[in-house]
Unconditional design. Structure first.
Length: 181
């Protein structure tokens, strides 16, 4: 009986030992699996962080490129507007100078045949003919100045053209007054 008890105790001890070894093996495998899952999780987080950083970098570079392109476009448009303003100002100046020169030449030229015949018909007729040429020149110059103002774009260009047109009108009118005297 004692031998059977010892045999039972030995078998129970062996069974406990086998169960403990199985449990230890299970715990080791569970720890190994948990470590693998933790490593996979960290790798996935790292990959997601790298993707996010790449996305942010690409987005920032794209925005910088867009900003540079928009700035270049803005500078090109500003340069084109400035060139148009300068061209309009030069055209207006040339037009005013040409018209003033024409008015001065018209005022300074000797009386022509029409003026002589008008002198015979009376003083009023002469004044009408003398004033007619500067009026035609003024009308033509006003139309040209108006067209130059329409060609020039923007409020600033329109203001400059209007001021030049007004100055031109005053110059021509003073020339007319001098011619009438």
């Amino acid at each position: 009986k004692k031998a059977a008890e010892e045999e039972g105790a030995r078998k129970a001890a062996e069974a406990r030992m086998a169960a403990a070894m199985k449990w230890q093996k299970f715990e080791e495998e569970a720890a190994k699996k948990a470590a693998e899952e933790e490593a996979a999780w960290k790798a996935a987080e790292e990959q997601a962080a790298q993707k996010q950083q790449f996305h942010e970098t690409v987005t920032a570079e794209l925005q910088a490129f867009k900003n540079a392109a928009m700035w270049q476009s803005f500078e090109e448009k500003a340069a084109a507007r400035k060139a148009k303003k300068q061209d309009a100002a030069v055209s207006s100046r040339e037009l005013v100078m040409a018209t003033v020169t024409a008015v001065e030449l018209d005022s300074a030229r000797p009386e022509d045949e029409t003026a002589k015949s008008a002198d015979q018909k009376g003083g009023k007729q002469r004044e009408k003919i003398a004033l007619k040429a500067p009026t035609d020149i003024l009308r033509t110059a006003e139309e040209a100045a108006r067209k130059a103002a329409e060609k020039a774009r923007g409020e600033e260009e329109a203001r400059v053209a209007a001021a030049q047109e007004q100055q031109f009108r005053e110059t021509v009118r003073s020339s007319q007054e001098v011619a009438a005297i």
